[in-house]
Write a protein that binds this ligand. Structure first.
Ligand code: DQA
Length: 151
């Protein structure tokens, strides 16, 4: 049987990880973060496909692809979290279990970051745990899929 796959999406400005506001986002690069995700997926018997874009339409298209090509989505939509009805609708359309993650604790920050358009269409949301949030999200998707299969 083919290995299950998780699509790990990072949105705008996350290509600047390690350089951008390290006091908030840490010193790890996007490449390092994606490596951690690939390892976490492998440990769970899955594979990870990690992608980043600064463009909303790229993220929407990739989320659509997940409907047939992936078993789960982990998404940090960056600032689009707080603005994008299009990404929210794409997650609904994908009908693929999705976990929203944020490196920082968005509830400890400016008021405009407290609302997410994505949480209501996601299985859950993890914030404030840095890279660990992505690992936990991947593990949760793998466990949920295994539990579904055992039913
Ligand atoms: C972020 C939080 C967002 O508010 C912000 O716009 C980001 C990163 C996070 O990972 O903490 O770009 O999603």
């Amino acid at each position: 049987m083919a290995r299950k796959s998780v699509l790990v999406l990072n949105g705008p400005n996350l290509n600047m990880l390690g350089l951008r506001q390290p006091e908030i986002y840490g010193t790890m690069s996007l490449r390092d973060l994606e490596g951690i995700c690939v390892d976490a997926a492998q440990d769970a018997g899955w594979q990870a496909d990690c992608r980043q874009s600064n463009h909303e339409g790229d993220l929407v298209g990739w989320i659509h692809e997940a409907r047939t090509e992936f078993n789960g989505i982990v998404i940090n939509a960056g600032a689009y979290t707080h603005t994008s009805v299009a990404i929210r609708d794409a997650i609904s359309a994908a009908e693929t279990p999705t976990i929203e993650v944020h490196l920082s604790n968005i509830h400890k920050r400016e008021e405009f970051r407290h609302h997410s358009y994505l949480t209501a269409v996601s299985v859950g949301m993890i914030c404030g745990l840095g890279a660990e949030g992505y690992v936990l999200a991947i593990q949760a998707l793998a466990r949920m899929a295994a539990a579904d299969e055992a039913r």
